[in-house]
Design a protein around this ligand. Structure first.
Ligand code: HBI
Ligand code: FE
Length: 271
């Protein structure tokens, strides 16, 4: 790693008893809620990575397991890092995780990703081979998108999969996006609220859909499987796609198009 990679030591010993209590509180609240709502691969990752131990995880320990399972590593960063740095980490199978944790009065909302969002939300699926490869493919795609001035468009893919993705699971829908999985309120909202649209995931559709960062989503996209997400991403030649999409209008955030597959919150596919 170079000195421009924005990493810092996690310094696990610096977490206070309050920090560990905040982790445990959020962890318990989410793990009570997730069974039956989250993709089984996520719960599997929590177990396999030994994340069920109390307290803020020690990255050194976590990395032993993660390296063994999929060759990924978690590195500590102080907060948001520049796009090029972020993509370079992902492209090299390193996930940058904020090393700070929110205060007890910030349990429900936080602007910058902290260690709970980053580790609880993102890391369990990095133990899953197809998702692990998808994240690396995204990082490589991000580095190429920098050259095409297309970061804003590719960021929509990250947003609607890695952060706020839904997946078909058994005969229902399940959450897998870290922004949902790490949020008590949005876990309920994404699956149970009547207000957002839940549409079948298609790469081009997602790249044409803006998103909002200041509220629960108005639109979620549903993948069939992590294998499909990986395959489509690997097989797509993004440069000509960016060129073609530049000539097409964005699709309003709350729109349903004729060719969209619409899922209802009762899980039945209507479209
Ligand atoms: N930095 N630490 C951190 N975490 C992110 O999720 C992140 C980032 N920098 C840039 C970034 N995300 C976005 O540009 C991408 O999601 C597209
Ligand atoms: Fe995130």
């Amino acid at each position: 790693m170079t000195s421009g990679d924005c990493t810092i030591p996690q310094d696990w010993g610096h977490y206070t008893p309050t920090d560990h209590r905040v982790w445990d509180h959020l962890f318990d609240r989410q793990t009570r809620l997730l069974p039956g709502r989250v993709a089984p691969e996520f719960l599997d990752g929590l177990q396999r990575l030994d994340l069920t131990r109390p307290g803020v995880p020690d990255f050194a320990r976590l990395n032993d397991q993660l390296m063994r399972l999929t060759g990924w590593q978690v590195v500590a960063v102080p907060g948001l890092v520049p796009d090029a740095v972020f993509f370079d980490h992902l492209a090299n199978r390193r996930f940058p995780a904020g090393n700070f944790i929110r205060r007890p009065d910030q349990l429900d909302y936080l602007q910058e990703p902290d260690v709970f969002h980053d580790v609880f939300g993102h890391v369990p699926l990095l133990a899953h081979p197809a998702f692990a490869d998808y994240m690396q493919a995204y990082g490589r795609g991000g580095l190429r998108a920098l050259a095409h001035d297309a970061i804003g468009r590719l960021a929509r893919l990250y947003w609607y999969t890695v952060e706020f993705g839904l997946i078909r699971s058994g005969n229902g829908l399940a959450i897998y996006g870290a922004g949902i999985v790490s949020s008590h309120g949005e876990t309920h909202f994404a699956l149970e609220s009547a207000s957002p649209n839940r549409l079948g995931w298609r790469l081009e559709r997602v790249l044409r859909t803006p998103y909002r960062i200041d509220d629960y989503q108005q639109c979620y996209f549903v993948i069939n499987s992590f294998d499909e997400l990986l395959d489509v991403t690997l097989q797509t030649d993004f440069a000509p796609l960016y060129a073609r999409l530049a000539g097409l209008a964005d699709i309003p955030i709350n729109a349903i198009n004729d060719d969209d597959i619409v899922f209802s919150r009762g899980d039945q596919q209507r479209g």
